[in-house]
Ligand binder design. Structure first.
Ligand code: ZN
Length: 137
């Protein structure tokens, strides 16, 4: 895999993230809780977010699909904005990791999924209302 993905891919992933957020019926800016509520409504199951100590070498977040609940674990040591991005990244996994996509070549597929989720977390972070109030997490 190249060190940098090309700009066409980045643009595609950023646009895709924005389209998914729009498709969830979210306004121009929203809170993390609002995003969570829309994803819960779409999947018909609750999401529980648990801050936990994570190893320094990563991962910084983890999504575990339980039988009736989606669990998102996030590095308790991450500062608020980074934590919001990590949670957004894991929400990306919940939205994008469709079982039907599992047939792709694993290595390339996983790399693409990670990039897609990272950009989803970044685009979501840009739209989180917390950014309009500097200093207020
Ligand atoms: Zn990931």
């Amino acid at each position: 895999m190249a060190r940098y993905s090309d700009d066409d891919l980045v643009l595609t992933l950023v646009r895709q993230a924005g389209a998914v957020l729009d498709d969830l019926g979210l306004p121009g800016s929203f809170t993390l809780a609002e995003l969570q509520a829309r994803i819960e409504a779409r999947r018909g199951r609750p999401i529980q977010i648990h801050p936990r100590p994570m190893p320094a070498e990563g991962p910084h977040g983890l999504w575990v699909a339980g039988e009736r609940v989606d669990y998102v674990f996030v590095d308790a040591a991450a500062p608020p904005l980074r934590r919001a991005q990590i949670i957004g990244h894991e929400f990306g996994h919940i939205l994008f990791d469709a079982p039907s996509a599992q047939g792709c070549a694993r290595s390339g597929y996983e790399e693409l999924i990670e990039q897609r989720c990272e950009w989803f977390g970044t685009v979501a972070l840009q739209r989180f209302r917390l950014l309009e109030r500097p200093g207020t997490p």
